[in-house]
Write a protein of this length. Structure first.
Length: 376
């Protein structure tokens, strides 16, 4: 699909490939705020005596089946205490009983300071986090969480198009409610395989019914309307509207390609799967000074290769913004592609292997503390 307005540099994490000066200033402010919050809430590679993540235990107050393979959980403090605030687009990190760390978008009401709501689709053949949520977190179960963080902030532009694919409706739904509350000119389109697979249908119907303009919410099941083209989705945008998009990688990539030819003013997006590797080069990882050498092919991430050798290596977002998978490089040149580490941290050898790589043929020697026992 041709793009009439060329993009000279790749869009940032928030999907702003051609923002004006106002959006650039907003992006800089957002990046600074998100980075500060992330630094306070994300554990470093090695335990620190001065920086400890804030973790609290919540209880599953209610659990509800929202669609095929999708459950929602309402989490409350066991003592009924007030919870930290959040804004549309924020996510919550769960520390599951197995030790896995997984992040899920908050999809409830930010004004409700006593409950968080998340929704999780069971992913067959995934990393096990979604299956654990479905199988282990029933009503009354307790789970540790860190405070909400926001890597997909809603700027509340005067006119917006909200595009969700499947479970991608979770961060989009609070944005729609906020747009309605503020009286913005907004549209929402939700796509999915079938109506049965698309969560929160009743809430979207209520949102549509409450809107003065009945043409604000569009439901597009693939088995009824066919798989929509990205240009078709973008054509629903109000004049010069900002686009917020969350869904599977093919949908996001299609929207990005079609964005330049649309009349939209800005593009913000969040993936719920790691982006495809399109420009990778093979390199090597060595675990310690005398440990095994692991080849990293051009089409795999360093994290994927590391996790096979070190199953206890933690990870979460797989997109370079949470910092959970942080490792320390003792020797070698890193091609940093994250949005989390500071220049000082990079200079000191930190690396996020979920997205960062090395030049072709380079060998990165990693410190393997505290996972050295796995190599014995």
């Amino acid at each position: 699909m041709d793009i009439s307005t060329p993009v000279t540099r790749p869009p940032d994490l928030y999907g702003r490939p051609r923002g004006d000066s106002f959006m650039q200033k907003l992006a800089a402010f957002s990046d600074h705020a998100v980075t500060r919050l992330a630094r306070r809430a994300t554990p470093p590679w090695r335990p620190s005596a001065t920086e400890t993540p804030v973790v609290r235990e919540l209880v599953v107050a209610t659990r509800r089946q929202e669609a095929e393979d999708v459950v929602s959980l309402r989490l409350e403090a066991p003592d009924g205490a007030i919870l930290p605030p959040w804004q549309p687009g924020a996510h919550l990190e769960l520390r599951l009983p197995s030790g896995r760390k997984r992040q899920y978008s908050l999809c409830g009401d930010p004004a409700d300071r006593y409950r968080y709501r998340i929704a999780v689709r069971r992913i067959a053949g995934g990393g096990g986090g979604s299956a654990e949520v479905h199988d282990a977190l029933g009503e009354g179960a307790r789970v540790a969480v860190t405070p909400p963080r926001n890597a997909f902030p809603f700027a509340a532009e005067a006119s917006v198009l909200l595009v969700a694919g499947g479970i991608g409706i979770t961060p989009i739904l609070p944005m729609a409610r906020e747009a309605a509350r503020r009286g913005l000119d907004w549209r929402l389109v939700h796509t999915g395989r079938s109506r049965a697979s698309m969560p929160f249908a009743a809430e979207l119907a209520e949102l549509a019914a409450a809107a003065a303009d009945s043409g604000r919410v569009f439901i597009r099941p693939d088995d009824e309307s066919g798989v929509p083209e990205a240009a078709e989705l973008l054509s629903l945008s109000p004049a010069a509207g900002a686009v917020y998009c969350c869904g599977p990688a093919p949908m996001i990539d299609g929207v990005r390609r079609a964005f330049g030819a649309s009349g939209a003013s800005a593009l913000h997006y969040e993936r719920f799967a790691p982006p495809p590797i399109t420009d990778g080069r093979p390199f090597e990882l060595q675990l310690g000074d005398t440990g095994p050498v692991l080849p990293v092919p051009y089409d795999r991430s360093a994290l994927d290769v590391l996790h096979e050798a070190l199953p206890d290596l933690p990870f979460s977002c797989r997109q370079g913004f949470c910092g959970t998978c942080r490792v320390q490089v003792a020797l070698g040149q890193v091609d940093h592609r994250d949005r989390r580490l500071t220049a000082t941290e990079r200079a000191e050898g930190a690396m996020l292997p979920c997205v960062s790589r090395a030049p072709e043929g380079e060998r990165l020697v990693l410190e393997v503390y505290p996972y050295a026992q796995r190599l014995s």
